[in-house]
Design a protein around this ligand. Structure first.
Ligand code: NAI
Length: 243
């Protein structure tokens, strides 16, 4: 079995997670794809292997702690965890139910917490955790539950960076802006056009832009950086649109 640095990536069967798997594999990591979509996991692993990369995959739900532990234990080492699994159903504030809210928190925040805790328990000094939050943590229309979950991810990232500092594990977050993935393609054409119009570039980012930033925090050369959130949003979080 290989002993190269191993990166586990949740939500890696599509979108930002998949682009991250491609980028980290190109950087020389063994990549392990964790995603609830069984068929897409198999396809992603096959595509990576066909390109000559070292890849494995597990179909699991990030809300299933036992399955996460089992997947992490399937490899001889855990060097990097990237938490990209997430859901973002758009809903008008007045229509969000308690169950809607709980579901988003369970995947985006509690599931992410379980992945981080299980991975950290298996990491040596020098390990790196990268969470994927969102620019929406600053506020986003018709996304109250999602924005709350992503603001939670930023707070959790900072807290984990403190708690894991004695173990030598760096924890950072990437906050993407509007990005061209399955999540945003699920919007209606009107919603998509409205969201694009709010972007400084007038269009969504390519997932590879986000993956490149994730790769920075996943690198063994950047472990002195911890507890940070990097907005990768074409400058939208700066405001001043149209100025
Ligand atoms: P995507 O829908 O293409 O990918 C999300 C992946 O997560 C899918 O493969 C899905 O099967 C997986 N997933 C969802 N729930 C899961 C669960 N319970 N257990 C395991 N896997 C699960 O969406 P995208 O855009 O690539 O999203 C990746 C991350 O980026 C998410 O956390 C999202 O909130 C975040 N994000 C996305 C933005 C965008 O504009 N696309 C903007 C800011 C943040």
């Amino acid at each position: 079995m290989t002993n190269r640095q191993t990166a586990f990536i949740t939500g890696a069967a599509s979108g930002i997670g998949h682009a991250t798997a491609v980028r980290l594999a190109a950087d020389g990591f063994r990549v392990v794809i964790l995603d609830r979509d069984h068929e897409k996991v198999e396809r992603s692993v096959a595509a990576l292997r066909a390109s000559g990369h070292d890849a494995a995959g597990h179909a699991l739900d990030v809300r299933d702690r036992a399955a996460i532990a089992q997947a992490l234990d399937s490899q001889p080492r855990v060097d990097v965890l990237v938490c990209a699994a997430g859901i973002g159903p758009m809903r008008a504030f007045d229509e969000i139910t308690d169950d809607d809210f709980r579901q988003v928190l369970e995947v985006n925040l509690i599931g992410l917490f379980a992945c981080c805790q299980e991975a950290a328990r298996r990491m040596q000094a020098g390990g790196r955790i990268v969470t994927v939050s969102s620019r929406a943590a600053l506020g986003a229309g018709s996304f109250a539950h999602y924005a709350a979950s992503k603001a939670g991810v930023i707070g959790l990232t900072r807290a984990m960076a403190i708690d894991l500092r004695p173990k030598g594990i760096a924890v950072n977050s990437i906050a993407p802006g509007f990005t061209d993935t399955g999540m945003t393609r699920a919007l209606t054409p009107q919603q998509h056009a409205a969201a694009s119009a709010l972007e400084p570039a007038g269009k969504p980012a390519d997932p590879s832009e986000i993956a490149n930033a994730i790769a920075f925090f996943a690198s063994p050369r950047t472990t002195f950086v911890t507890g940070q959130t990097l907005f990768v949003d074409g400058g939208k979080s700066l405001g001043g649109l149209g100025a």
